[in-house]
Every structure is written in structure tokens, then in C-alpha cells.
Design a protein around this ligand. Structure first.
Ligand code: NAD
Length: 318
């Protein structure tokens, strides 16, 4: 039985990945600063460790064949745009230490979770943006420290592969959403925030949207995300790869879809000042299709149904 480590297993994508790997017969160790907040632990072993610490990284990576490195100090635009130093400091420590500890323990495959936030700001100034291809990453100019750190760790994985022969995989997620993720507290991302606001709104009420709502994004359901992660890990493809959907919507359209799912037809939008991130972003999946012979299948409309239902339940019970 293959033994794998999932870091960030107490987080949104990490805990979905643990469940997915368990269903496929892997022995799984999960590591995080916290247990999953909304579900039980599916991992065979779950350790509370701080991966900024070298000794904790050595402990986390012992006796495993593969590592899925998902731990990060992160959140939505509100968090990312207000905590540059903290994010760069914490995530650099986590990734420098986890990768080196994995090398020392002879881990054969290592998947790093990067982000669409690595792409240069100057390619994302229009709402009607050209979808981003993997090679658009350079010359580098990410908007935030979060993206700079991801880019440095992408390079680190590349050098661990060339210098030490380690099989590294790098995936660039584009806005992952779904149930059992952070939906309040300041780290939530746009789809979860919209679901929470609509769920809490009275009939005939309003919800706040940051900016004019005409900024664009594509969103990928977490079930497709874990499937893509797994397929990439099994593949022999070594360069960074987009993992997202090509279906781009404005934030106003996203909000309207959530309203439609909720059945609260009379909710209106109140546009307020707030961090918006880049003006437009979409994934170009050409390489993804070519390399994996697959791409995410779940549409935003379809994926919002279980996401909204779950968040609505949390809001009702809070
Ligand atoms: P998340 O915040 O839900 O999960 C990250 C987990 O890492 C959290 O549970 C957190 O407690 C843990 N963590 C933070 N610092 C740690 C430390 N010092 N030691 C151990 N654990 C620590 O986020 P997520 O959405 O599940 O994201 C997973 C990965 O995917 C992250 O690397 C993130 O940057 C990347 N990513 C996510 C998205 C997205 O849309 N969700 C997009 C691009 C990239």
C-alpha cells in the first residue's frame, strides 16, 4: 500500500483530497495546524504540526512515498491584499522546509499547489482578459506577495527535480470552490462569501459586493480539483500546469447565480469599496487537455448548488 502525506489536510482542498485518496486505497497521513473544521478526519493518521518549523517538517515527511503539499497561510482577496509580509514569510518557511525534509526522507513524488495568482498583473488589466497560458508566467509580475512566494516555490521544485532528481509536480489552481470550505471570518473567497451573504439576506434585502462587480474570474469545483491533482501526480509531466475552468463570469454574474440557486429572487446588489484583485482572469486549459487528456467537468452553476445548500445550512445553524 502506498503511503502519502497531505499537508494542509485540515483545510478546504486538503481534506477533500484525503477523502479522495482514501477511497483509492492509499494510506494517508494528514498534517495541519488544525483539524478539519466541518468534517471528520478521514486520514489514517492526523498530526497537528507547524510546517514553518524544520523539526515538524521532518516528522511530517517520515515514512511516506508521496507528498501533496497544500499547506499555506492563505485566504481570499481581503486576506491576501492585507497581509503581504506574513504570507511571504510563513509560506516560504513552510515550502522551503517541507520540500527539503521530503528530499532527506527520500520521498519519490512531490506535488506542489501553486496558484493562478502567479500570473503577471499587466496581463490581467481588462475584464475581457485573454485566458492565461502556462508560459505567460514570465517575465514575472504577480500582484501580491502570495503570488511571488508561489512562483519562488515553483522554481524550487524545478531545481529539486534538476539537481536532486526528485519527481516534482506543480499545479496552478484557478479559484477552487465547493462545500466544506471557509465561508466566514475574513479568509473566505468570493463564491463562499456570496453564498453566505445571500443565505443571510432577508427577502427583498441587499448584499454587498466589493467594487463594481464587473471583474471576471473562472471557478473550478473542488471535486474536479482533487481529480486533477491526482491525475497530474500520476502523470510524467514535470512543468507547472493550470487547473481550472475556462468558463469566465463577472462577480455580478456569480452573485446572480447564487441568488438563483437560493430561490430568493428579490435580492439586490450594493457595490461598495473593497479589494478586487486583478480586473480579469481566466484559465487556458490547452496544455491541461494535452497532458492529462481531461479537464474539469463541473460547471459553476452545477457546483454552486451543493455549495450554497451547505453554506445555507451553516448560516441557519449559527
Ligand atoms: P485552506 O486555507 O483551506 O488550507 C490550507 C491549510 O494549510 C489550512 O488548513 C491551514 O491551517 C494550513 N496551514 C497554514 N499554515 C500552516 C503551517 N504553518 N503548518 C501546517 N499547516 C498550515 O486553503 P485551500 O483553499 O485548501 O488551499 C490549499 C492550497 O491550494 C494552498 O497552498 C493554496 O495556496 C492553494 N490554492 C488554493 C486556491 C483556492 O481557490 N482555494 C487557489 C490557488 C491556490
Amino acid at each position: 500500500m502506498e503511503r502519502v502525506l497531505v499537508t494542509g489536510a485540515g483545510g478546504f482542498i486538503g481534506h477533500h483530497l484525503v477523502t479522495y485518496l482514501k477511497e483509492r486505497g492509499y494510506w494517508v497521513r494528514g498534517v495541519d495546524l488544525k483539524h478539519p473544521e466541518y468534517t471528520d478526519v478521514d486520514a489514517d493518521e492526523f498530526e497537528i504540526l507547524d510546517l514553518r518549523r524544520w523539526d515538524d517538517c521532518l516528522r511530517a515527511t517520515r515514512n511516506v512515498d508521496h507528498v501533496y503539499a497544500l499547506a499555506a497561510d492563505m485566504g481570499g482577496m481581503g486576506f491576501i491584499s492585507a497581509n503581504h509580509a506574513l504570507i511571504l514569510h510563513n509560506n516560504a518557511l513552510i515550502n522551503l522546509h517541507t520540500l527539503e525534509a521530503a528530499r532527506i526522507h527520500g520521498v519519490s513524488r512531490y506535488l506542489y499547489s501553486s496558484s493562478a495568482c502567479i500570473y503577471p498583473e499587466h496581463l490581467q488589466t481588462e475584464a475581457d482578459v485573454k485566458p492565461l497560458k502556462e508560459e505567460d508566467a514570465y517575465p514575472a509580475n504577480p500582484q501580491d506577495a502570495y503570488g511571488w512566494e508561489k512562483l519562488v516555490t515553483e522554481k524550487l521544485c524545478e531545481y529539486y527535480a534538476s539537481d536532486y532528481g526528485m519527481e516534482t509536480r506543480t499545479v496552478r489552481f484557478h479559484n477552487i470552490f465547493g462545500p466544506y470550505g471557509t465561508y466566514d471570518g475574513g479568509r473566505e473567497k468570493a463564491p463562499a462569501a456570496m453564498c453566505r451573504k445571500v443565505a443571510a439576506a432577508e427577502p427583498g434585502g441587499t448584499i454587498d459586493i466589493w467594487g463594481d462587480g464587473e471583474q471576471t474570474r473562472s471557478f473550478c469545483h473542488v471535486d474536479d480539483c482533487v481529480e486533477g491533482i491526482y491525475r497530474l501526480m500520476q502523470s510524467d509531466y514535470r512543468d507547472p500546469l493550470n487547473l481550472g475552468r475556462e468558463e469566465m463570469v463577472t462577480i455580478n454574474e456569480l452573485a446572480q447565480m447564487v441568488v438563483d440557486v437560493s430561490g430568493k429572487s428579490d435580492i439586490s446588489f450594493n457595490h461598495i469599496d473593497g479589494p478586487m484583485g486583478v480586473r480579469g482572469r481566466n484559465s487556458d486549459n490547452s496544455r491541461l487537455r494535452e497532458v492529462l487528456g481531461w479537464e474539469p467537468q463541473i460547471s459553476l452553476e452545477e457546483g454552486l448548488v451543493p455549495t450554497y445548500r451547505w453554506i445555507e445550512k451553516q448560516v441557519r445553524n449559527s
